[in-house]
Design a protein around this ligand. Sequence first.
Ligand code: ATP
Ligand code: MG
Length: 400
Amino acid sequence: MPLVDVEVLDIQRMSSGDHELDRVLGGGVVPGGVVLLGGEPGIGKSTLMLQAVLNMAAASPRVLYVGGEESPEQVRMRAERLGHVPPNLFILAETNVQEILKELEKNRPTAVVIDSVQTLYLPEIESAPGSVSQIRESASALTRFAKQHHVPLFFIGHITKEGSLAGPKVLEHMVDVVLQFEGERHHAYRMLRAIKNRFGTTAELGLYEMQGTGLQAVDHPSDALLGQKSGEDGLSGTAISAAVEGVRPMLVEVQALVSTAVYGTPQRSGTGFDLRRLNMLLAVLEKRCGFKLASKDVFLNMAGGLRIQDPALDLAVVAAILSSALDVPLPWGTVFAGEVGLTGEIRPVPRLTQRISEASRMGMKRLFHSAHARNVKAPEGSSLELIPVQQVSDLHGRLF
Ligand SMILES: Nc1ncnc2c1ncn2[C@@H]1O[C@H](COP(=O)(O)OP(=O)(O)OP(=O)(O)O)[C@@H](O)[C@H]1O
Ligand SMILES: [Mg+2]
């Protein structure tokens, strides 16, 4: 068939009632779209999905939550904590896929959540629930139903310690959208990212804070992630980075602690930061700045416990390490945005204008950026000073 003859239907997206989730999905829930939500145990996957179905039930005739992990009483209790429980939200405690399909055929819900895909099984397959073949066959049977009847379907899946979706990677290929819910368990902040999205960009990011009443959207990440109070000089070892996660600019506090190693081999650890990248930056500081760090322990910490993957963090990491090693605090209002190369040069980063506006909006005083960046200018009426730096040694000279 000629491609031009294929009729294009205008997809009517449905809101999940959660603007962060809608944004990450690419503008709402797509009928017949199959979403896999992955995350570590206890991070809040069930909470996120239950909140979404509570909202969707307000706008849609029949929403179904299939829970194979928790009893209906447990789910009811959580729902009570999250908000009003509407009468058209149904729960099914079942893990047999054939039984689930029977219910779906009979009641035709308008949206379905399966918590979790690892508990599903098809009786005709011999292996145990959670095995690769069970997950693959169970998920594909339910996916077929979703596609046929244009019902949005959400699978919750667990992630192993190593970070892969437990069981089958195959599931990632089968579904339309793969979302990942992440954060440090002992911190309140959670990030929702799309790893794959057939209906939209994967650049969007959702940010939440876990509270007693559920997950609340964080609209202004910088306010939440800046540890220092405005106007107050920080302690040595802290630096602020103008980071961009997805398309959202946010100011993030980076903390470093450099101390003399007590044991033979110095320790290096990074919470929320890639350890290999940290080792690389330390090697650059050693070689290009003449900074002897070989006998020092170095600890690095991202405020809020978020794992931010922006290379522009490099410059703030370097500044925090220098500040801690010299025990000199950075003056208040200093922000960094630049990538550090192996030769010690500071490289330009994308979306610099957005980073500058965010720093300016937060009342920062000066921003260090790469001397190679083009078209750098502060927004009108802003008092933000822009300082180009070429090399890490320049940065060292300018700061201390
Ligand atoms: N009353 C409360 N106040 C604040 N946070 C709470 C409260 N009750 C639960 N939580 C948070 O919710 C988390 C559990 O959320 P949830 O059960 O949705 O996670 P999950 O990812 O589905 O876990 P599992 O892997 O067990 O299915 C807890 O780890 C805790 O951080
Ligand atoms: Mg759960």
